[in-house]
Design a protein around this ligand. Structure first.
Ligand SMILES: C[S@@+](CC[C@H](N)C(=O)[O-])C[C@H]1O[C@@H](n2cnc3c(N)ncnc32)[C@H](O)[C@@H]1O
Length: 261
């Protein structure tokens, strides 16, 4: 089986970078879905199992399957204590290895902007969902509302490239609604979740953000020592901190849900 290279190889690094954000938004999304207990769930693009763990803890699933193209992320997910009851496999959301109508609830958490052909992935998500089942996703609003937006802005201000995921346009509320309707999903509803995360110190922020994960990994990996120091100083100067040195800022996630007819 051919799986795409996703820029997400290291589950532990992803956890350090995105874990605190992913947990917060994932819980709110799951509450919004309002799913009944005892469902058969698919978590497509499950990565290191950050959202899979939330489904396991809060949705009382009958069965829980995670799939992601990154074997490094899947290895971390398989070791995650909170996702012990789930089964994980390596695979591509654009070509799901499941029969039609296999799941009651099919979700993708923070994935759609990373997928080269989002419409194909949504069609696949709908295909593997039972009639009447739930099809849903959420994604950071990539027009400035993502957790890494301060790092992006700093890189650009210092003349470095700051590449975004390949399908950033799919992250807007309108685009998500259109993708869902285009796949024939009914009862389509969209929602935006604003949230704020606090870092204990600038160092906590820095250590979390400069991980070798995602589209910025290559840029960060190629910075010289002096360029890295400059980036650090720029961020330190531009991010407001409170009297105890904590740094807090917000992000926006857009979500969509609907039912397979
Ligand atoms: C930002 S992470 C999200 C991980 C996890 N779902 C979460 O909520 O934290 C994006 C994930 O999308 C996965 N991904 C990228 N392309 C994919 C594809 N074609 N099919 C499925 N997953 C994909 C990456 O491997 C990565 O694990």
């Amino acid at each position: 089986m051919q799986v795409p290279d996703t820029m997400f190889h290291d589950g532990a690094a992803y956890e350090r970078m995105m874990g605190r954000w992913s947990q917060r938004v994932g819980s709110r999304f799951l509450d919004w879905l309002g799913a009944a207990p005892g469902l058969d769930w698919l978590d497509a693009g499950c990565g290191n199992g950050a959202f899979t763990e939330i489904i396991a803890a809060r949705a009382a699933p009958a069965r829980l399957t995670g799939i992601d193209p990154s074997s490094g992320q899947i290895a971390f997910a398989r070791r995650r204590p909170g996702a012990r009851g789930a089964s994980f496999e390596v695979g591509d959301a654009q070509a799901l290895p499941f029969a039609d109508g296999s799941f009651d609830a099919s979700v993708m958490a923070l994935v759609i902007a990373f997928i080269p052909d989002p419409a194909r992935a949504v069609a696949e998500l709908a295909r593997v969902t039972k009639a009447g089942g739930m099809v849903a996703t959420y994604m950071w609003d990539m027009r400035g509302g993502a957790p890494l937006a301060p790092l992006h802005r700093a890189l650009l201000a210092l003349g470095h490239p700051a590449p975004l995921p390949p399908s950033t346009e799919a992250s807007s509320l309108d685009a998500l609604g259109a993708l869902w309707r285009g796949a024939g999903v009914t009862e389509v509803t969209v929602e935006t979740f604003p949230l704020t995360v606090t870092f204990d110190s600038f160092d906590d922020f820095w250590q979390s953000n400069v991980r070798p994960v995602g589209p910025l990994a290559a840029v960060l990996g190629h910075l010289s020592g002096a360029e890295r120091d400059k980036l650090r100083e720029h961020l330190k100067d531009s991010l407001p901190s409170d009297h105890e040195g904590r740094i807090a800022y917000g992000a926006l996630a857009n979500a969509v849900k609907g039912r397979r007819p």
